[in-house]
Design a protein around this ligand. Sequence first.
Ligand code: G1P
Length: 289
Amino acid sequence: MKPIKKAVFPVAGMGTRFLPATKVMPKELFPIVDRPLLQYAVDEALEAGIEQMIFINGRGKGMIEDHFDLAYELERTMGDRGKDSSVLDGTRLTPGNSVFIRQQEPLGLGHAIWCARDIIGDEPFAIFLPDEFMVGSPGCMRQMVDAYDELGGNIVCALEIPIEDTPSYGVINPGYRKGPITEVKGLVEKPAAGTAPSNLILPGRYILQPEVMRILETQEAGAGGEIQLTDAMAQMIGKQPFHGMTFDGRRYDCGSKVGYVEANLAMALAHPDIGDDIRTIAEKLLANS
Ligand code: G1P
């Protein structure tokens, strides 16, 4: 069984739900307190033993590449002034271990992943949707890699949500359940209201075998007129082991305004330096609202 050493981060989206904030600023670099969303996902990958980060980027989002580069002037100036630059740890990726690919057209998540096919080659790989913010110890992908080491095949993160919210997500048709592991018998992308096979959705973390790239090669457009990763994964079920893993931790859907503000509030309240101040401020605001 080959280990998971590569991760794909689809970051080409236009972030229209957050306009005008996303007019020039990639939503993946929005901060949760003082750390960009995408940095958390990369930290999660590093913790899981992943070495090569593959970013599927789009025009006008070059800031993402800059974020993971050496900020020479900044580090030099901080050093000269005796300031601790360890806050930048993890932002400079190992030379040669990051790849930036342009997705030229917004044809869907499946198409974005397929753009990494030549870099993935013949190895299993991880996918992170960075606007899904996962807080756990160990992190979500570490937990998934541990499950992969036992089960092999394909593992998707699985999350229970209220059934009425399922039309926004990929949904699992579940088989047997054993602790955090669920057999995946089918997958459907954005089912119409009232038709979801369960309330177990895909919250944006995947470990997949490279065969999915061959399927994506000829994948037709699905839900929303886009080439869907979920549709390609569905075709692997029955041919390869396919499991869902419920993650031990908290998930925030930072693709929505409510989820993004909630994540900031939760992380600010838990922050060792500002937590107490934020609690006092929040209590005052609530008392006056
Ligand atoms: C994508 C996936 C969907 C998944 C979701 C998680 O949808 O297609 O299967 O459940 O991310 O956030 P999107 O949010 O891009 O519409």
